[in-house]
Structures are given as C-alpha cells and as structure tokens.
Design a binder for this molecule. Structure first.
Ligand code: PEP
Ligand code: MG
Length: 572
C-alpha cells in the first residue's frame, strides 16, 4: 500500500514500522470513594511533577544537540504543564465528580480541545496539539503505560505517530531511528522544523497513517517524494533498496565536490547558495559548502511565542548568521507573515483567502512600526557582515516604492543617531506574484537583485493552493506558463544589469538544474541538503547545450511529453 504525504526531509529508509498509536492510552472511568480523593489528587500532582522534570531534562539535552532556539518549543510544553486548565480543572473534577485522575483529565481535555478545534487560527491549532501532547504524557504516566516509550524503539525502526514532539525528536536522533512519518504537520508545525534539522528521511501531513500501518510491517519511507509504502512487494522493495543505495552512495561521493567550484563543463560559473529557516542550519550550509545564504526566512523569530521579538534579539540573530557565513553573503528576507503563518499575540481579522490576503509585505505596509523594528535590526547587522535585504510578495512598482520609502526613513533615523549600517547594502525583491513577473522589467530597474519564489509563483499562476493536497497533482513547475515566466524574469533582470536568483523549491530539484541553466539562471538558492546535488548537476551540465535544450522545451506544447522528458533524467 502506498500513502502520500508532504516530504519533510530527503532520504530513503527501509525498516520495521514502530507505531505509536494514541488509542493505546484508553481511559477507563472509575468512581472513587470520598476518602480516596486526597490520594487520587496526589497521584495526579505527582504525574505532573514527573512529566515536568522529564521535560526539563530533555530540554537540556535538546539545547546541547540542536542549539538554543529549539528550547523554546520545550518552554511551550512546560507552559502547558503549569497551565491552570490542566491542573486546577482536573483536580476539581476529581473532587466534584469523584472520578479517577485519568478520566478527569480525559474529560477536561475533550472539552478544551473541542474549543481549540473551532478556532481556525493555525497558531491555536498548534497550541491545541501542544496541550494534547503534554496530556498524553501525563495519561501515559498515570496508566503506567511506559512500555512503549519512543526511547525504547528498536534499531532500524521507522516511527509512525500522530505527531512528533520535540522530545521524541531528540530520542530519534539519539536512538538511530531511520525515519519517521506523522499524521500531522504543515509549514509552521514544530515537527517540520525539527525534521529539517535532524536530516533523516521524514514525511509529514499523512492524515491517518497510524491507522493503516502496523507494528512490525516492513515499510519504506521516501522523504524525497513524500511517500510511505507498507508491506511492499518484492519488486518495489528491490527498487527502493537500489534507490536508497544510490542515494547513500551519491551522498558520500558528493561530499568530495564540496570545495570544488559550481562551474559547468564549458566554464560557466554559477552560485549555489542555501535557504535557511532557523540559524542552526548554518552548520549544514557550511558542511555542504554553500556559497552564502540566498534566502534567510525570518518568520521563526515571530512564531511560537507570546509577543514580537525585540530589535536586539533580531539583531543578534542576523549578526551571528552573517558572521558565521562571512565573507559569503546572506540575503535576509523581511517577515512573510500571514498566509499559513499567524501570530497568536497580534489580532488580525479572519480572512477567507489568507494566501490572497494581508500577507508578507502587505502586512508590513499596514504596520510600519512593526516593520521598522526589523529593518533597523537588519541595517544594524549589515555593518558587521555581508548582508543583503529582500522583500517578499512585491506585486508592482508602486508597492516597491512605498516599501523603499520606509526603508529610507529608517536609514535616516539611524544616521541621525549615529548608528552604523552598510550604506551600500543591496536591496532586492522576490518575484513570486504573476503581476510582478509580468512587469519585471520595470521592477528590475528599481531593485539591486531579483529572487524568484517559485513556491508562490506557481501557486498564483496555476491557481493551485500550495498546501492543499486535493489539487497537489496540478502543481506543476514545468508548466509551459511557468517556464515562459521564468525566462521573462531572468532575461529582464539580466538586461537591467541585475543578478537573478531562484530560491523556491524548484531550484533545489536536481532534475530541473539543466533546464534552469538553459533559461539562463546563474544563482540557485536551495535547502542545505540539496546543495551538493544541485552543484553536482551544474558540474555535469554544459551551459550552451542547456540553452539549446531549453529553447526546444519552450516550444514544446505537449506538457505531458515535456514533464516526461525531464523526469526521465531522475537518477533515483
Ligand atoms: C517561494 O515562494 O518560493 C519562497 C521561497 O518563499 P516561501 O516558500 O517562504 O513563501
Ligand atoms: Mg513565497
């Protein structure tokens, strides 16, 4: 059986399924005698204390293994443990209803989670999951169901769970588990962020995979395509073993080109830089020889917390990444909030179509005071590293001028105070809305560089929601309309004398590298784990031949044929 999800971390794992099925922690109602109330409330308090100290221990381990930033996630759990909802409500239920602690907790949870579920805000949904994760731990403890701790997962297992908590992620890293797939997960979920940092194959957003896969099943996890196969037939298994071996062999071989230049056979030098979502990823960028950071997403600073980050906190973050990458450049993208990334601590009206709503630069233009804090932090950091600034979701030249006006004001304010910043810092824009792609000649004149955000450009051009699994098959980077738009953007940027990068996921797919070179792309920005694979394709390609192939492709009206042609090139 084959199940599809969202690829979260590349690689292929073949192993035995280890299913953490939450229905195991069923709660039975027990009526208790009045004199047993004190011991029952004590039992519940003890469980909370035990889980708290377990979380604190794991938090320390996490800090060592993954760095300080991930510790915030544990703070969210600790916050739940001390939340009166969990403690006081359960205690009073034990007393008033004279029921066992497990049942009281179960009842309180049910009531509250239903309320969370009704709120559409993604942040609240995440908080609901945090509460559920913590409550499950407490239930597990109360019912003595420690048997199936993730710590005791046998080697060579692929873990299937409803959600992967940060604590589980640490255990996974330590236990040598070979992959994981979870029911939940989207762009802003904790588990997706963790999956990237862990570098083991992972698939998220699998709905109810834990209901279909059973303990002991032979399973294949393909973190490249976002696929899980349970009990594969002999041929499929052999095929995936071959692909896994090729993937591993390629990874080992690829490290050899780490310090070699990204240059085509006929001598065309291109730049292969990295996208990062959290500063900890800089380690991988350096390990895989990234020539800078082409997209530093800054949303992590704003999500999963109780208020906006201070200018100082942002400055420290930008400065430390810039210093680690120096002399290579880093492109800091200003906040892209909205869409599927919401703030819990700042009220915004509910939108029917948030991806078409007050997102990214639109939010910043509406709240210049919040925006200016980030601009100041980036400008200040620019005096200490090789920093460039980039604006997301620019839709036209009027909007770009408005944004640049705010930037100019911020610079003047810093100047008046004598605060240093790089006066020559390059300022670029993302081309990710069709209106920008179609007026790119005008935009290029007023920007220092362009960066193509194919994730959004494809969604808006093809009218295919990038997070909707029901239309995922229509999300086609090789659609003729996309290829024509890309050509238009790259040509216009070059004729205006500006450099053009691509930082959407399309840039990191090795089977597209030759086509992109053929379209004239000279700057790629890709996930750290794709750096070497893309560089390898560049080194195998011939720039002038690629241009000829792409010319043919641009005249190819039969989309299916075109997709087939390019996908055939896949090596595993
Ligand atoms: C994109 O849209 O391609 C992009 C890189 O930005 P994000 O994925 O953060 O929207
Ligand atoms: Mg985008």
């Amino acid at each position: 059986m084959l199940y599809k999800g969202i690829p979260a971390a590349p690689g292929i794992g073949i192993g035995t399924a280890f299913v953490i099925n939450d229905t195991e922690f069923c709660t039975v109602k027990r009526n208790i005698a009045k004199e047993d109330i004190p011991s029952e409330t004590e039992r519940f308090k003890k469980a909370l204390n035990e889980i708290r100290s377990e979380l604190e221990k794991t938090k320390k381990k996490a800090e060592k293994l993954l760095g300080k930033k991930h510790v915030k996630l544990f703070d969210a759990y600790l916050f739940v443990i001390d939340d009166p909802m969990l403690k006081d409500d359960v205690l009073s239920k034990i007393v008033s209803d004279r029921v066992n602690a497990e049942y009281a907790l179960h009842e309180v949870l049910n009531k509250n989670l239903k309320a969370f579920d009704k709120i559409k805000d993604e942040y609240f949904k995440e908080r609901g999951r945090d509460i559920l994760d913590v409550a499950r731990r407490v239930l597990k403890y109360l019912s003595g169901a420690h048997k199936k701790k993730i710590i005791s997962v046998p080697e060579n297992s692929i873990v299937f769970a409803a959600n992967l908590t940060p604590t589980d992620a640490i255990a996974i890293k330590e236990d040598g588990i070979i992959g994981f797939a979870i029911n939940m997960g989207g762009k802003t979920s904790h588990s997706t962020i963790m999956a990237r940092a862990l570098e083991i194959p992972a698939v998220v957003g699998m709905n109810d995979i834990t209901q279909h896969v059973h303990d002991g099943d032979i399973t294949i996890i393909d973190g490249i395509e976002g696929v899980v196969i349970a009990n594969p037939d002999k041929d499929t298994l052999e095929n995936y073993k071959r692909r896994r071996n090729m993937f591993l062999a390629e990874r080992e071989e690829l490290i050899l080109i780490r310090d070699l230049p990204s240059v085509t056979k006929d001598g065309k030098k291109v730049v292969v830089s990295a996208n990062i979502e959290i500063p900890e990823e800089v380690k991988s960028v350096i390990a895989y020889g990234g020539e800078g950071i082409g997209l530093f997403r800054t949303e992590y600073l704003y999500l999963n917390r109780k208020g906006f980050p201070s200018e100082e906190e942002q400055y420290e973050s930008y400065r430390s990444v810039a210093e680690k990458m120096f002399p290579n450049p880093i492109v800091i993208r200003t906040m892209d909030l909205g869409g599927d990334r919401f703030l819990s601590y700042f009220h915004l009206n509910e939108e029917k179509n948030p991806f078409l709503g007050l997102r990214a630069i639109r939010f910043c233009l509406k709240h210049p005071d919040i925006f200016k804090i980030q601009l100041r932090a980036i400008l200040r950091a620019s005096s200490l590293g090789n920093i460039k600034m980039m604006f997301p979701m620019i839709s036209g030249v009027g909007e770009l001028r408005d944004v640049k006006k705010i930037l100019e004001e911020t610079k003047q304010e810093l100047k008046q105070k004598g605060v240093p910043y790089d006066e020559h810092m390059e300022v670029g824009i993302m081309i990710e809305i069709p209106s920008a792609a179609l007026t790119v000649d005008v935009l290029a004149k007023e920007s220092d560089f362009l960066s193509i955000g194919t994730n959004d450009l494809i969604q808006y051009t093809l009218a295919v929601d990038r997070v909707n699994e029901y239309v995922a098959q229509l999300y086609e980077p090789l659609h003729l309309s996309i290829l024509r738009l890309l050509k238009n953007i790259i040509d216009a940027g070059k004729s205006a004398g500006k450099w053009v990068s691509m930082c959407g996921e399309m840039a990191g797919e090795p089977s597209y590298t030759e086509i992109l070179l053929g379209l004239g792309l000279e700057h790629f920005s890709v996930a750290p784990s794709s750096l070497l694979r893309v560089k390898n394709e560049v080194r195998k390609a011939n720039y002038s031949d690629a241009a000829k192939t792409t010319d043919e492709i641009l005249n190819e009206a039969d989309r299916d044929l075109l997709v087939k042609k390019v996908k055939q090139k896949r090596i595993y």
